[in-house]
Design a protein around this ligand. Structure first.
Ligand SMILES: [Zn+2]
Length: 220
């Protein structure tokens, strides 16, 4: 029996639905993720379990990818449950929480993307959106996306020495116009801009001031 993909709606987020995977075991099934806590999600989840011929009492384990964004490799089926780490059409928000604590979330993320690609799994089963086969190819696309964004951020700092992280975020290319961003989306975007700024600073290409509003300058 192959892995079943169960689709569960998510309210109020841009991803639309969560994928729950039911993985056959010798004595039941393991679930990878469990959907969303809403009545609509529960109804869809229980109906999809029924359709897959899985009874609630057969569930032995529930593995959650979203706790720290863990990936699970199922060696028997050669599939990789990628959670939000690798998705077919979107990239996860990589956000910098503090620019002074030494954290390098973008470097960590890119290292993890390469690590997961090197597992060589046949097929990726992500937490949202379509499944895909070319795991290494998608990983390379995501790396390319961040490389381009690093180039864009470095260019903004070069053109506007003293630019703030907020102004970098506002001027980057996003899937929708900045004016259409809600406050939480802007907060995520600023976190992502800061992750790229800190990455460039770590590479010795730019530096930051210690003003109350931190400003970013190119290193000539
Ligand atoms: Zn997710």
């Amino acid at each position: 029996m192959a892995v079943h993909s169960l689709r569960v709606p998510i309210d109020g987020t841009s991803v639309g639905e969560a994928a729950v995977y039911a993985v056959p075991l010798d004595d039941g099934v393991a679930l990878v993720d469990a959907g969303w806590p809403s009545d609509a999600a529960w109804t869809a989840f229980t109906a999809a379990l029924d359709d897959a011929g899985v009874a609630m009492k057969d569930i032995r384990h529930v593995l959650i990818t979203h706790a720290g964004h863990t990936c699970f490799l199922h060696t028997g089926e050669d599939v990789l449950f990628t959670g939000d780490h690798l998705l077919a059409r979107i990239t996860p928000n990589v956000g910098q929480q503090s620019i002074e604590d030494g954290s390098q979330p973008l470097a960590d993320f890119l290292a993890s993307v390469r690590l997961v690609a090197a597992l060589g799994a046949r097929r990726a089963l992500p937490a949202h959106g379509p499944e895909f086969d070319d795991v290494a190819g998608r990983a390379a696309q995501i790396e390319g996306h961040h490389e381009r964004r690093l180039t864009d951020v470095a260019a903004l700092v070069a053109e506007r020495p003293g630019i703030s992280g907020y102004d970098v975020a506002r001027r980057l290319r996003w899937a929708k116009p900045w004016d259409a961003f809600t406050p939480p989306m802007r907060r995520s975007a600023v976190g992502e801009a800061l992750a790229h700024l800190v990455h460039l600073r770590g590479a010795g290409l730019i530096h930051s001031s210690d003003d109350l509003v931190v400003r970013w300058y190119p290193i000539a």
